[in-house]
Design a protein around this ligand. Structure first.
Ligand code: EPZ
Length: 416
């Protein structure tokens, strides 16, 4: 297993290019299962989760792989089984349910276990697909789904689930009749998925709002589509620029999709400005802690909670971080405390007392965004930080150590 080693204290200066979005590319790759022609995807990030998904698509009967910077997919005769040893490494594999049921009327997907940040059930996906006529049984850890033909339905989600909205959006494209998804998630990655499906010939309205209407079509063609930039990677590098009191320019960087994150960082005192060739992030002064509550989009994203917590630990004053999406997403806090951070946890709330001088330490990554927050703290901490088990990081950040050392960070990867 690899680890990242960081000698903290360098001020980041220069340009960082933001990669394509992991959480947009994943559902779009699964949606490509439904296309009857060739699909070419541009701006796909080279991440572990993307390679895992390409492996799974191949297992399901597609030819798929990177060709130069693009991903080419040609769906062939589909099979229907997504094996446990792949699904357990990536819970997003459950996104093959909707496409397989829509295309071939059956699916056998290992029930994604929980993960470090929570139980992560898929009950809302299954209940909604049952409303469209699918039948499920659970057998030795696998969800086995069957349907003759999915039928359009009026679905109201108990919670604006991102994965649930994506699964149902894909399933409804090839169902007979019209489907209405109410209380849908509004994340930009869902808009990107809908735009990809429309490029393949789907009929979708209302994506990006909480009511999405899909009129089923008989088939979807192939297309060429450019995946959106990764707003969470961009937010992470905004924090990297801020926590080192640096001056960075993020290129290929989203802006509107980061409104709630930019508002919070500005409230802390970070200078953020959209310029001709990117988004500039600069800090000359001490920053102040703020209060953050994670919410479904367009609220503050849970995927940026660990990163802004690291920044608050290195800022003045005190603030509160409330996590409302996942039940166990404070593992990074325990590791930040080992670096001298002033954090008190109580249930879903973390009270941050800023002003601490962070000191480097050997720390353990537990999940994707927790790993990122430990790297960010290491950039600021006095001395050496070693972030172990960074396979978590490699799932969602393309060559993070290269991007950071490119703007002056003293960071390198070592075999553990
Ligand atoms: C997506 O996960 C993202 N993953 C997550 O990003 C992100 O944190 C999350 O949305 C929320 O924004 C991908 O897009 C691949 P949910 P997903 O369904 O779809 C509960 C990252 O770091 N729930 O909106 O799993 C669930 O337990 C990852 O990139 C049910 O109870 O999120 C959780 O508490 C981490 N039943 C909450 O809803 C269900 O059927 C949010 O889940 C579905 C969800």
């Amino acid at each position: 297993m690899d680890k990242l080693v960081i000698n903290g204290g360098a001020r980041l200066e220069g340009e960082i290019r933001i990669s394509g979005s992991k959480n947009a590319a994943l559902p779009i790759l699964f949606a490509a299962l439904m296309a009857e022609g060739d699909v070419t995807l541009e701006n796909v990030p080279g991440l572990r989760d993307i390679h895992t998904t390409l492996k799974l698509l191949t297992l399901l009967g597609c030819e798929s792989g990177f060709k130069e910077k693009n991903v080419e997919i040609r769906a062939g005769q589909l099979t229907f089984q997504a094996p446990y040893d792949l699904v357990r490494t990536m819970r997003a594999s459950v996104l093959c349910l909707g496409p397989l049921l829509a295309k071939i009327g059956k699916a056998k997907v290992a029930l994604p276990g929980g993960c470090a940040i929570g139980s992560r059930p898929v009950d809302l996906h299954l209940r909604a697909l049952e409303q469209m006529g699918a039948k499920f049984e659970l057998d030795s850890g696998y969800i086995i789904g069957n349907c003759s033909k999915l039928v359009g339905a009026h679905i109201i989600f108990d919670f604006p689930t991102v994965g649930g909205t994506e699964n149902l959006l894909m399933a409804a494209c090839l169902a007979s009749g019209t489907t209405v998804l109410e209380n849908s998630a509004r994340e930009p990655e869902i808009v990107d998925l809908a735009n990809f499906l429309i490029a393949c010939g789907a009929k979708i309205k209302g994506h990006g709002t909480s009511v999405i209407t899909i009129e089923g079509v008989s088939k979807l063609s192939g297309c060429t589509y450019r995946v959106m930039s990764d707003r969470i990677e961009a937010g992470t590098y905004m924090v990297a620029g801020a926590i080192t009191k640096g001056d960075v320019l993020l290129t290929n960087c989203p802006f509107e999709e980061l409104e709630s994150v930019i508002a919070k960082l500005r409230e802390m005192g970070v200078f953020i400005e959209r310029q001709k060739n990117g988004v500039r992030v600069k800090v000359d002064n001490e920053l102040n802690c703020v209060d953050v509550v994670t919410l479904p989009y367009p609220g503050f994203p849970t995927d940026m909670q660990a990163q802004i917590m690291a920044l608050m630990c290195a800022s003045q004053g005190s603030g509160m971080v409330k996590e409302t999406i996942f039940e166990n997403r404070f593992m990074h806090a325990l590791e930040l405390i080992r670096m001298g951070a002033g954090i008190k946890l109580s249930g879903q709330t973390a009270m941050i007392r800023g002003g601490a001088q962070l000191t480097g330490a050997p720390v353990m990554a537990s999940d994707l965004r927790a790993s990122a927050s430990l790297v960010l703290a290491g950039l600021r901490a006095r001395g050496k930080t070693e972030v172990q088990r960074i396979y978590h990081l490699d799932r969602g950040y393309e060559s993070m150590e290269k991007k950071l050392s490119g703007v002056g960070a003293d960071i390198w990867r070592e075999k553990e």
